[in-house]
Design a protein around this ligand. Structure first.
Ligand code: MN
Length: 310
């Protein structure tokens, strides 16, 4: 995805209160954005209340969209300093990038693009009944953010069924299962799908902070119920949490070791300074560094006007 909100806000990872090392239950309203005429995106991160959860620095939930209308068509755009992580519940998306990758992603699969110092890609939905999914970005640690770009597709992820709850381990390790996706910070992502009315206790890592976002229906952690409009942030310091979901509900649990480095994020870039962002915008507009997406018919996206605030 590209940050398609018309005037992207520059966000600094340390400009909202940190939760510290203790458990909290903080309900964070997602922000809605309309892409084209029909596609609704709910942005859970970054948010004024919370910029990151572990190294996860961006979390968009898109759809469900009935593809009898327009689909998703995101023209070539650049990324820097991050990994894009795509997971769908319904529908198929065609990814193309400046490395020459051309990959369809289907439900149950992961596309992981590591931008390193620079890559560009396009994303288009394919004809299907419904498009529904998430895209997250993972900030790269300073030691790796200038690495060469990579793209990987993972056709399967490990799964567990526990008391009527299906768990798909999409990133990191959870309950003894390790996801194949190659990430560079201690983090986790688990898709939760209730196959019956279920109540479970999930084991957590006390050194991780966590958040959960419903994707279908609602979920209840301890006594807090959240629906599609909110991310529930859990903080750090928990060994477990109780979860209730009704038949058919789906949610995504993400977590990770709090990211110690301060990042500056704007449009599709993760940097450490505004000067780096300005360099990236110039390089994209001049056709340097981010390569060329082959096979996409249409113009590429242009960077919006940058609104530095320091
Ligand atoms: Mn993108």
């Amino acid at each position: 995805m590209s940050d398609l909100i018309a005037k992207p806000q520059l966000s600094d990872s340390k400009d909202c209160p940190l939760a510290g090392d203790h458990p909290v239950l903080q309900k964070i309203q997602t922000r809605d954005a309309q892409i084209g005429e029909h596609l609704t995106i709910r942005r859970a991160l970054p948010n004024a209340q919370r910029r990151m959860i572990g190294a996860w620095c961006f979390f968009d939930h898109f759809g469900p969209l009935n593809l009898k209308t327009d689909g998703l068509n995101i023209a070539p755009h650049p990324h820097m300093g991050l990994q894009t992580f795509t997971w769908t519940l319904h529908g198929e998306i065609l990814h193309r990038d400046s490395l020459g990758s051309k990959q369809i992603i289907k439900p149950g699969q992961v596309n992981l693009m590591t931008s390193g110092q620079g890559i560009s890609h396009s994303e288009e939905s394919l004809p299907d009944s419904v498009l529904h999914g998430v895209q997250l970005w993972i900030a790269l640690p300073g030691s790796l953010r200038h690495m060469d770009p990579e793209f990987a597709h993972y056709p399967t992820v490990p799964e567990r069924l526990h008391q009527g709850l299906q768990l798909q381990i999409i990133a990191g390790e959870f309950w003894g299962e390790r996801a194949p996706a190659k990430v560079h910070s201690p983090l986790v992502g688990v898709a939760l799908n209730a196959q019956e009315n279920t109540e479970v206790v999930l084991p957590l890592n006390p050194s991780f902070e966590y958040g959960i976002l419903p994707l279908v229906g609602e979920c209840t952690l301890e006594d807090h119920t959240v629906d599609l409009s909110s991310l529930l942030y859990l903080g750090c310091g928990r060994k477990q949490v109780s979860l209730r979901m009704r038949l058919g509900a789906q949610a995504l649990l993400i977590g990770g070791e709090p990211f110690k480095e301060e990042i500056v994020m704007w449009w599709n870039f993760v940097a450490r300074s505004e000067a780096e962002l300005l360099d990236a915008v110039r390089d994209w507009e001049e056709g340097d560094r981010f390569g060329h997406v082959q096979g996409y018919s249409g113009d590429r996206l242009h960077a919006p006007e940058i609104n530095c605030h320091k």
